[in-house]
Design a binder for this molecule. Sequence first.
Ligand code: NAP
Ligand code: ZN
Ligand code: ZN
Length: 357
Amino acid sequence: MTAAATQGISTRGFATNSPEAKFEPFNFVRREVGPNDVLIDIEYCGICHSDIHQAKNEWPDLMPATYPMVPGHEIIGRVSQVGDNVTKFKVGDAAGIGCFVDSCRTCGACTSGIEQYCMNLAAYTYNGTEMDRVTPTYGGYSDKYVIDENYALKVDVDGDLAGVAPLLCAGITTYSPLKRFNVGPGQKVGIVGLGGLGHMGVKLAKAMGADVTVFSTSPGKEADARKLGADNFVISKDAEAMGALRNSFNFILDTVSAAHDLMPYVGLLGYGGAMVVVGVPPEPSMFHQGSLIMGNRILAGSLIGGIHETQEMLDFCAKHNVTADVEVITPDRIEEAYDRTIKSDVRYRFVVDMKHA
Ligand code: NAP
Ligand code: ZN
Ligand code: ZN
């Protein structure tokens, strides 16, 4: 497959052409580096479950799939070219790209630093368009990205960047709600689902000083959960163990990627406790209003984070030595990684090596 274009930067990527299709090489052209742009040579790109939902068109109403699709929004690499006006980066710097690459810059959300909620719709890193609303965006399963410097993140890491890539989505998506609800020492925090987001949630909540319990459907993940820092591990189908924990949590983060009953988790919250859902299952989940009302509890959603907060998260991770636990794969293994992620057999983020692709 090759996308037609007259000039620009030749880019090698991996695309899927339908919900069932396999990934195959896809050569396309990125825009030339403009005065405010940086060119990033991509080293690694994480595989987020959102890539799978979109590649398989599982969110037809929320984010309909457009093909060819080059997914990937956990991008890390090195700057290889800078535009004349660029001040934030120099050639050779490590740089990251998350879930969006531009936004309107003028709406209330953009001017408040929460560009992910841009009222005019941000330009998503893939399966979207640039702000011209015409040019398709292609993601990080590719070897290069051209991005305005204001939407790229600075990464202060000398060593291997593979474990840093997942911070650009899984990291910020878990960091932002933990900060919003002031998670810290003396607080009991639950993380539901030990996948890519969940394992970052455990590491970050621990780094913030909380007491962390993992709720999982996979008994085989207990040892890993404790190694990641969890103080407690509960099989969510164990009614007795769940019952013993009722009304005891300050905060719960639900990262589950498939439809499930929310009530057992809401019931674990203490008076005024909050549960934030970040997982976006294709089907609606079950929920009874009474479980919120009896205890003045809060149920909220959260979408990634803005550029400023993403930078804050990267700096927090650098300071606390937090990176993702990754399994690095070559691009020919993307389908295998998707299949294993769908089966909850991810330990704990697949990262595609684009350096040698
Ligand atoms: P993931 O790595 O596949 O992890 C999801 C975990 O959920 C699994 O490992 C599994 O953990 C649990 N799970 C899966 N199926 C389940 C089921 N039927 N019942 C109960 N638990 C189940 O996925 P991810 O990349 O972390 O993403 C998680 C979700 O967050 C996805 O829906 C993704 O689209 C969404 N997301 C949202 C945002 C946002 O901004 N809000 C950002 C990124 C991703 P156990 O084995 O421990 O049970
Ligand atoms: Zn993601
Ligand atoms: Zn905006």
